[in-house]
Design a protein around this ligand. Sequence first.
Ligand SMILES: *Cc1c(COP(=O)(O)O)cnc(C)c1O
Length: 398
Amino acid sequence: MSADIRTTLGLRPVINVSGTMTSLGASIVVPEAIAAMTAILPHFVEINALQRQASAVIARMTGGEAGFITASCSAGVSLAVAGTITGPDLLAIERLPETNTEKNEVLLQMGHVVSYGAPVDQAIRIAGGKVVMIGQATSTHRYHMENAITERTAAAVYVVSHHVVDYGLLNLKEFVEIAHARGVPVIVDAASEYDLKIFLAQGADIALYSGHKFLGGPTSGIVAGRKDLVRNAFLQNMGIGRGMKVGKESIYGAMAALEAWETRDHAGIRAREAGALALWKEALDGRPGVIALIEPDPTDNPLDRMRVIIDPQEAHITAWDLAAALRSGDQPIIVRDHEVEHRYFYLDPCNLHPGQEHIVATRLAEELDKARASNAMIATPIEDLSRHRFDGMLRWPD
Ligand SMILES: *Cc1c(COP(=O)(O)O)cnc(C)c1O
């Protein structure tokens, strides 16, 4: 094996057990996508003709009428929303984010207002959309949505994610039923969802996916759905979409990743992930103050993760200090720590290279042994995490 490119670049050789994170380079790109990108890069192509080919692949894979590739799923939200506001009006497309129509309101359940690294409502606002939040954080009722729809409503956006509130809200079928009763198109942000068909099948007009998450494609977004709405979103490439453009390599790379998804050995991957989880469970079970639970994905993707719950009194270390210790080694291990204030983090096996699961098991054991052997408890105040969260970013590039 050739030297790790990261060493050459002076980067730390990160092991990713956090899932698919933009901040870590998203996912392991599948060989089919790499080969496709390499093959097309030296050539000139007619980009819109290539996007037409992508449309056919997306239509076949999603059950939608048409589709195209853009820069990211977040770009897809902006372009799809923009299309519902401008229609095919080329002058209106150039004017965005200024609109000369009142019909620019976009409904969003309050429990869906999440950040995936940037706020989802901002992706709507940069497209000229005026976000109308419906319901409260943990409740949306039919009457909230029914009363929010007026002649100014351009679209309704529905977010599928482990980040959203997972109870008390309208499910997609109801959301679609209420929107369609008044002629309002529904756009689903399904960035991380493995099921490429279900949201359109449930009546969504547009479904959006990330190309660089589960699909293992290049950094890209996939827009799929009703032909007129997809076309109106595509036309935004002459407007706000310019700054979200993809080149030939991303279009062809995403097409290849989509086709590879069809033939991927899903059962084999699942078995390998189960093997990693079993190994970690064996490494953690019976340790004082440590509980290791294997849990299914909260949005029903065919994926299990391990929840590692740490009692600092017994383990002599907090969950967040353990996460920091794993992150600071020569081979940094990045765990999934969104909920660490609840004294647990997750280990996600979906982005491991073969063999790395053993390094993770060894490092967990080392750090837990070390903490247990010391008399002092390693317990940084949790407030320090939020106080210093953006220190590095605000100092960048130093
Ligand atoms: C990751 C994610 C996004 C952003 O996807 P990109 O393709 O990286 O822009 C948007 N929405 C949800 C729900 C996500 O999980």
